[in-house]
Design a protein around this ligand. Sequence first.
Ligand code: XMP
Length: 507
Amino acid sequence: MDKIIVLDFGSQYSHLICRRIREFSVYAELVPYDIPYEKLQAMNPKGVIFSGGPSSVYNKDAPKPNPEVFQMNLPLLGICYGHQLIVDKFGGRVKRANKEYGHSILTVDNGSSLLSGVGNSVRAWMSHGDEAENIPENFEVIGHTERSRAAAIANRQKSIYGIQFHPEVIHTENGMQILKNFVLNICGAKQDWTMENFIEKTVRDIAKIEGNVLCGVSGGIDSTVAALLIHKAIGNRLKCVFVDNGLLRLDEEQEIEKMFKDNFAVNFTAVNAKRQFLDKLVGITDPEKKRMVVGEEFVRIFTEFAEKNGPFKWLAQGTLYPDVIESGVSKGPAAVIKTHHNVGGLPEWLDLEILEPLRDLYKDEVRKAAAILGVSKKLLSRHPFPGPGLAVRIIGEVTEKKLHIAKTASKIVEDELEAAGWYDKVWQAYAAVGDDKAVGVVGDERKYGNIVMIRVVESTDAMTADWTRLPHDVLAKISNRITNEIDEVTWVSYVISSKPPATIEPQ
Ligand code: XMP
């Protein structure tokens, strides 16, 4: 498989460079900027990209790539800080400039293969405080903006290019064309990164492992795809366990069991642990405490299953590429965002090695793989659901009554959004319930019932979210059905807080 390697100098957009390249079926990988030369060589890239980054090349501690990178005679593309690195490396001069953030108009000066087909004058997204004052010998300016005389430079003979702007962000017009020009035409990379190839290769690799594999499945797309890939490779040496904690969506436990048993023929065990979870949650009202109790109980049940059904050599996990990068494995200068504890506190004596077949994939790639592996459209398009389930959608103590309300009302929300064509347009949609009550009238009688909160949000990554402006008639229908169909509810409210300052889940 042809590869493009992106050296990460710490830009918030480094990730996006890989994503964009993979979108046109070439494999791209983000690695730390100071990756040892032997490792880089062993990856056998077709070309190298230097990402942007927050540093200035003239600072003493500025991150620099290993000098051997320049001796590989590979096509190079520097973006923003990467552009300045190239200017500096080949004898040009970088100076502090007036900051340039946002849109600029890039004028293409000289026909070059990098900017071919981009247009003569395009919007380009800038985010920099330094610029190239003098460009190195043997380089020419191929594009400029009003503020940056050398916004795009090229050494055509050596196939080395630098651009001050960010082609990877959508605000740069025809940015994708620039990346395509570099990757396909200048590096000559083949478009052979397809999910079919990925599945074939991964299955071949997993088939080589010895010993049994344990995989916890949640019914979510990541663990399902991980399990299906491993099953394709080693059949019944994979054992899947699904822990029903009683905190799932209405009838979800049956649906998950049915999906695995009917469609996939994998070795699947459902552990009904509703009672244990609900007993442990009695009297607990603090949100963090609830999460902890659910987590601990899960580990206990999972460990019990492993002891009884082992020995296992491997624990499979649906870790994705952004998780690998976020947990600092890339170890570029980008700050470690958070540590993922994917093993989730399993005891060391289980002595399990970790198998992560999806660790090279982005979420949209997992979806493509899932479709190829025969995962139903319903699961593919299902909204994300929090690990601790309804424990975080029930405010205060988790009780059977509140579980019933949250499950039934959420099902109504989902069904009505589906019917009105809104389900696929929103990120998450559910009903939460707490202990607040309000008076209603039924017939001639007063009734004191629960208040249900409907939460429907739009988001792209759950880091920020906005409440969805649903049409009033859809809201009216939802409200009507909830108060008519759920005896315990008298009032329905709609949550109109965005994240931040609110979060998506109430607990
Ligand atoms: P918040 O409530 O923090 O949620 O805005 C952001 C996203 O994460 C999901 N979420 C969780 N997912 N375990 C998970 O696997 C958790 O403990 C958890 N808490 C929140 C939430 O559904 C939303 O998509």
